[in-house]
Design a protein around this ligand. Sequence first.
Ligand code: PEP
Length: 250
Amino acid sequence: MTRRPLVAGNWKMNGLKAGLSELEAIGAGYSAALKAKSDFLICPPVTLVAEAAKAVTGKGVFIGGQDCHAKASGPHTGDVSAEMLKDAGAAYVIVGHSERRADHGESDAVVRAKAEAGLRAGLVTIVCVGERREQREAGKAIAVVREQLAGSIPDAATAATVVVAYEPVWAIGTGLTPTKADVADMHKAIRETLGQRFGAEGQNTRILYGGSVKPENARDLIIQPDVDGALIGGASLKAKDFLGIASAYI
Ligand code: PEP
């Protein structure tokens, strides 16, 4: 099996209905050449998931949620379940983004329960991992990420149902990026870890890089042996930038 690159956008807490015009432009720009080389995914805020799914009907662009609750339903005011995302038209869900780990104190165990919910609902589940700056400076980046992988990825994960996103926390939204060699080393370590635990499924699992990816640096960051796509925050809000990044694959 060859790993088909995934170019994924995380709109975070950005986007009103008017912003769907950018999504429509992404759909319009998803050319035959891009379709031949990569999957496209946009994760808008939950308020837009249903409308976004309608807006890309027939365009081949997947829509995803940015988080989900571990339970399917129940007394959890303000939360959204994986089943609800699926019902609204999502095909993917992101779990364990560093902003959720930091802002909501989500542990690896919580992230794993959410990932299990994503699988239960039939959503392809993107599990985010990544070290903080001080952990990298202390030479612990790979150990930290290995521990997150062990704690956050469900045993039932397969190459078709789980995607890993490596996002160094210090690179998210900062304009800072790791060197090409650091990305290569980390992705190799993640691949080894997945391979040891999941065998062939681990070898075939897509590993995305995320953190200040832009059209100008995309080739360097994502055209590498164990990098199977990008998770893009800020630059996914503009169709021109998102398409510019994706064009690294053609
Ligand atoms: C992200 O939020 O996952 C992300 C990578 O953000 P940015 O591209 O803005 O650094």
